[in-house]
Design a protein around this ligand. Structure first.
Ligand code: UDP
Length: 327
């Protein structure tokens, strides 16, 4: 297929781009590099340096694209509470413009990066796709708005749409010739920050709240390896059906507290990783654990690296080699 990947210079988008190319697809990456990394761009893909809201310049009817995978977005839940306007524009307004371009160019399918943050504090665990959607942060709300737009777009205009609701993505994509990992600036995610501490680049980890109603008082998340997540995109692309918007949660179905994650980072890195308890971060849901039964049943998806040790191990291997420059 001829595919447009928005955000193909980002963490997940760059991994999916490599898998698409390895599977014989023709890939154009649309990424303005405002948060993506030039080094993550695949040499075999065409790169167009444009923001998502200008996608129509590439996505013309003549170009003959068979599908779009839409990753480009802002993703820091905490920041979205402080600068909501940034998130509504980057995540929702831009996505609506992209959907307009998809319709105008008669592109038949679209796969969208949605998030577990749409559920807020869930009323059932593990969370099925049918659970109540009540985001506690603006990030989740901006993604939920796009999910809703895709549902009506699919029905009204026969689009084959799939939303993949990611839980907490971790690990790195490592091959002999390639290493793609997580690098945000500023970094806000738990595992990369804990690795910064382990590497001596930060003094300690701020633990945002230890008085939540969980086993040890810290928030619970479901972590998924980036390679497992990426494979689900290829399955979703083949399973997409015209006129339908299918939605799948992607996680491993097991929850880890922030303290448990830090313990795994300590084991993997051999560093004590000092922690300082800080106030709760605004917008954080208490517990997010996926039911991915639908993805397993309908897409035939099975995670190959479900353990947190594997994920932290791969993230640490990437970090040492490509952030610290050690082999
Ligand atoms: N967290 C933390 N300290 C940090 C970064 C994150 O205590 O420096 C906590 C955060 O409050 C949340 C969990 O770790 O409970 C996962 O946060 P992250 O930002 O990695 O992902 P999110 O679940 O927000 O997408």
């Amino acid at each position: 297929m001829k595919l447009l990947v928005t955000g193909g210079a980002g963490f997940i988008g760059s991994v999916v781009t490599r898998m698409l190319l390895d599977n014989g697809h023709d890939v154009t990456v649309l990424d303005d590099l405002r948060t993506g990394h030039r080094a993550a761009l695949a040499p075999d893909a065409t790169h167009v340096e444009l923001p998502v809201h200008e996608a129509a310049r590439v996505l013309t009817p003549e170009a003959g694209f068979d599908g779009v995978l839409h990753f480009a977005a802002l993703i820091a839940a905490g920041e979205s509470m402080v600068k909501p306007e940034l998130y509504w524009h980057a995540n929702t307004v831009s996505s609506i413009a992209l959907i307009d371009a998809v319709r105008a160019a008669r592109v038949p399918r679209l796969v969208f990066s949605s998030t577990a943050a749409v559920y807020g504090n869930p009323t059932e665990l593990p969370i099925p796709e049918t659970a109540v959607k009540a985001p506690t942060n603006t990030y989740g709300a901006t993604k939920l708005a796009v999910d809703m737009a895709l549902t009506s777009e699919a029905i009204a205009h026969d689009l084959a749409a799939v939303s993949l609701r990611y839980f907490n993505v971790a690990g790195a994509y490592l091959r002999d010739d390639l290493a793609l990992g997580e690098r945000h600036d500023p970094e806000t995610h738990l595992i990369p920050i804990a690795l910064d501490v382990a590497a001596g680049r930060r003094e300690k980890l701020q633990l945002f709240g230890d008085d939540y109603p969980t086993v040890d008082g810290t928030c619970v998340r479901d972590y998924i390896h980036v390679a497992d997540l990426a494979r689900a995109h290829l399955l979703a692309l083949s399973a997409a059906v015209p006129g339908r918007h299918r939605i799948y949660n992607l996680g491993n179905g097991s929850g880890f507290t922030v303290k448990q994650v830090v313990d795994v980072v300590r084991e993997v890195t051999g560093h004590p990783v000092p922690v300082e308890v800080s106030p709760r971060r605004d917008g954080d849901p208490v517990e997010l654990v996926a039911s991915s039964a639908l993805a397993r049943d309908e897409l035939g998806w099975t995670p190959e690296k479900p353990t947190l040790h594997d994920m932290v191990g791969d993230a640490w291997a990437f970090y040492r080699a490509h952030v610290l420059g050690q082999r």
